[in-house]
Design a protein around this ligand. Structure first.
Ligand SMILES: Nc1ncnc2c1ncn2[C@@H]1O[C@H](COP(=O)(O)OP(=O)(O)OP(=O)(O)O)[C@@H](O)[C@H]1O
Length: 289
C-alpha cells in the first residue's frame, strides 16, 4: 500500500465536516496503511504542504477538498515523484468527477487503498498551472463574484450567474488558435484540460486529460436563446453538437484583449489582464485514482 498523506482543506465544500480526520482514520486506517493527515491553515498552504509531503517520500498526496485544493496540491507535486489523489469534498469537484473518483467518502478512501497510477496533462495560463479548466470572460467574472458572495454551494452559484448575466458585456479579443488569428468578441473563452467546470457542467465534454491538447470552447455572444441552449448543452454534455459554441483543440494559444479581461484557473478568479499565454505540459502530473 502506498505511503499516503492527506491534505485536508477544512473550509472546502458547502458543509464543513469536522469529523473528516476521524472518518479517514476509520475507513483508510483499517487497511493498515502508512498515512498522515495534515490540515491547511490558509489559502495557498496546500501547495507548501504537498511539496513537503513529496520531499518526505509520500508516494500519494491526497487533496481532501474541491478543485481549489486539488489545484494547490497538484501545483505542489509538479516535478516531484508523488502522485495526486483526491477525496472530493468541494462544491463542484470537477476533476474528481472527470476522473470518476467516487463522491462518497468511504468509496473514495477504499479506492485510495489500492489506487491505479497514471499521468495527466497540466495546463498553464499566464504562468498559473491548472488541472481542470481555465478561462476568460463570463466564467471568470462569475468566479470573481461567487468568491465575494459570502456563501458557497450550487444555489449561490446559480443566483450569482443569473444576476451577473444581466450585467456582463463581452470584450473584443484576438486569439491565436493553431497559428490562425481570430478576431472575435469574447463572452467565454474556456481552455479545458478536463471536461467539466464541476457539478457535471460539461464545458468541453470531449476533453481528454492525456491527449496533449486543450479543448477550447469559444462563445462570442450570449443572447437569451443561446444562453438556454448553452445551459442545456452543458447539463446534457452535448454542447458541441448544439452549435451554440465553437470548439478547437490546441497545445498553446495567445489571447490579446482590447480591455482588461477577468480570468480564472480551476474556478479561482485570479485577476484581470489584457494578454494571456496558454500552454500545456503533457503528462506532467502523476495521479493515483
Ligand atoms: N484553511 C483554510 N482557510 C481558508 N481558506 C482555505 C484554507 N485552505 C484552503 N483554502 C482555500 O479554500 C478555497 C476553496 O477550496 P476548494 O476549491 O477546495 O473548495 P470549494 O470551492 O468548496 O470546491 P470546488 O472548487 O470544487 O467548487 C481554495 O481556493 C483554497 O485556497
Amino acid at each position: 500500500m502506498p505511503k499516503t498523506c492527506f491534505i485536508l482543506n477544512p473550509t472546502a465544500g458547502p458543509s464543513r465536516r469536522h469529523d473528516l480526520p476521524a472518518l479517514i482514520g476509520q475507513h483508510f486506517g483499517t487497511h493498515e496503511a502508512d498515512y498522515e493527515i495534515r490540515l491547511t491553515e490558509c489559502a495557498g498552504h496546500a501547495v507548501e504542504l504537498a511539496q513537503v509531503a513529496a520531499a518526505e517520500g509520500f508516494a500519494v498526496v491526497v487533496a481532501v477538498g474541491g478543485d481549489g485544493t486539488v489545484n494547490e496540491v497538484g501545483r505542489g507535486l509538479l516535478g516531484t515523484a508523488a502522485a495526486l489523489g483526491i477525496v472530493p469534498q468541494g462544491s463542484g469537484n470537477g476533476l474528481a468527477r472527470h476522473l470518476k473518483v467516487p463522491l462518497a467518502l468511504p468509496a473514495a478512501l477504499q479506492r485510495l487503498a489500492a489506487p491505479t497510477f497514471s499521468r495527466m496533462d497540466v495546463g498553464v495560463m499566464n504562468g498559473h498551472p491548472f488541472f481542470c479548466t481555465a478561462g476568460l470572460g463570463f466564467d471568470a467574472h462569475v468566479s470573481q463574484h461567487f468568491a465575494q458572495a459570502g456563501s458557497r454551494g450550487l444555489s449561490t452559484y446559480l443566483r450569482v450567474t443569473l444576476r451577473e448575466y444581466r450585467r456582463y458585456l463581452p470584450v473584443p479579443v484576438e486569439v491565436d488558435l493553431n497559428g490562425q488569428r481570430r478576431q472575435t468578441d469574447c463572452y467565454v473563452l474556456a481552455f479545458a484540460n478536463a471536461s467539466q467546470y464541476g457539478n457535471n457542467a460539461y464545458i468541453a465534454p470531449l476533453a481528454d486529460l492525456r491527449d496533449g491538447l486543450l479543448d477550447v470552447c469559444l462563445i462570442d455572444s450570449l443572447p437569451v436563446v443561446r444562453a438556454i441552449k448553452v445551459s442545456l448543452g452543458m447539463a446534457l454534455g452535448n454542447l458541441p453538437q448544439s452549435k451554440a459554441a465553437e470548439y478547437f483543440r490546441v497545445s498553446q494559444s495567445r489571447v490579446v484583449a482590447q480591455a482588461p479581461l477577468g480570468f480564472h484557473v480551476d474556478g479561482d478568479y485570479l485577476g484581470h489582464a489584457t494578454e494571456f499565454v496558454v500552454e500545456l505540459m503533457p503528462l506532467a502530473l502523476a495521479v493515483a485514482v
